[in-house]
Design a protein around this ligand. Structure first.
Ligand SMILES: C[S@@+](CC[C@H](N)C(=O)[O-])C[C@H]1O[C@@H](n2cnc3c(N)ncnc32)[C@H](O)[C@@H]1O
Length: 334
């Protein structure tokens, strides 16, 4: 579905909107399904309403949250070379673009090395998309912007139909870590199937390291990550008329060495019942019962190689930050 309906923009931008009829975008449906399970869960993609996106930007500034700084350091170092090495790229697609602040260094380098460039951010957060395209449209009037308010694969399918030429697809911020490793392998394989010779996939991946460092990144001393996690319950209260008492839950983080996952939970501090009329649900919690809200999987170098091989891709480049905490991998067809 197309619309020119970016309410805050003076310039018309052709938006792609995939209607929220799939369970992935329907918050009420996802809440009912996740909180009705024996092991309760809420999908992490719903973190990013306007408040969640604002809190995530604060997280990126935290001393414990090294990921954004490490990835930005890599992109700043690598962008000019990437742009020169890939002169045929006409479009940069970004999965889960969020604020797209780190993306700007790539956009600038690619704009400087070709006549025109299309940027197609895909995100389920309308607030994040509107804010970022407003800024990018103002700062780079020569950039063609094709935002897609959609879940990753629905957005990719819509963009593919537009045939935007050789494409560099970005998946930054260690968002790959939110998927289990088999899910990530399957997702990357589906992207790879549609890649042509000149297409590239660039993925920011957080590396395995000291568990204390990993846990602190998702559970900072000032409690910003806790507020980000609890915002899921606040969002249920705001949008679905829920009556969660935010003081009756706490944010808990655990690292599982085997899977390489930092797991986040919201733990009920007492036995309690919560009503969520917008999800047609009344749900009981035991004291100590947890809602699983997010996984953040970390990779070793050999796991990144296996990810590429499993998708019939080759690692064209792999760049790490000076502290060897984070890797940006550029994949091409094998
Ligand atoms: C961790 S933030 C990363 C933002 C940005 N890429 C960065 O590196 O700072 C993840 C972003 O992906 C979006 N997102 C998460 N799951 C998604 C999905 N399945 N489809 C589309 N967007 C998604 C969220 O709305 C959010 O803006």
């Amino acid at each position: 579905m197309r619309s020119n309906a970016s309410p805050d923009r003076s310039v018309d931008i052709d938006w792609i909107e995939v209607p929220p009829d799939s369970a992935q975008l329907d918050f009420g449906e996802a809440v009912r399904e996740g909180l009705s399970r024996a092991s309760k869960t809420l999908p992490s993609q719903f973190f990013y309403d306007a408040e969640g996106s604002r809190l995530f930007e604060q997280i990126c500034e935290l001393p414990e949250y090294y990921l954004t700084r490490a990835e930005a350091e890599i992109l700043e170092r690598a962008a000019p070379d990437l742009a020169v090495r890939h002169p045929r790229i006409e479009t940069i697609v970004e999965l889960g673009s969020g604020s797209a602040i780190k993306t700007e260094v790539l956009l600038r380098a690619f704009l400087e090395t070709r006549d025109g460039l299309c940027y197609a951010p895909i995100d389920v957060s309308r607030a994040a998309l509107e804010e970022s395209i407003e800024r990018l449209g103002r700062d780079h009037p020569e950039l063609e912007i094709r935002p897609a308010l959609a879940e990753y694969e629905a957005g990719l399918a819509e963009l593919r139909a537009l045939d935007l030429g050789p494409t560099l697809t970005l998946w930054l911020g260690s968002s790959i870590g939110n998927l289990s490793k088999p899910e990530a392998a399957a997702f990357v394989s589906r992207i790879a199937r549609d890649m042509r010779t000149d297409d590239r996939l660039l993925v920011g991946i957080d590396l395995r390291k000291d568990p204390a460092v990993l846990e602190a990144a998702d559970d900072d001393a000032d409690g910003v990550t806790a507020r980000f996690d609890l915002n899921l319950l606040a969002r249920i209260n705001r949008e679905l008329g829920g009556n969660f008492d935010l003081d009756a839950f706490r944010h808990v983080v655990r690292y599982d060495e085997d899977s390489g996952a930092v797991k986040s939970f919201l733990e009920s501090l007492a036995a309690q019942r919560v009503e969520i009329p917008g999800a047609d649900l009344e749900v009981a919690f035991r004291a100590g019962e947890r809602i699983h809200t997010e996984d953040s999987h970390k990779y070793g170098p050999e796991e990144i190689d296996a990810l590429a091989r499993g998708a019939s891709l080759r690692v064209e480049a792999q760049i790490r930050d000076a502290g060897e905490r984070f890797a940006v991998s550029v994949f091409a067809r094998a």
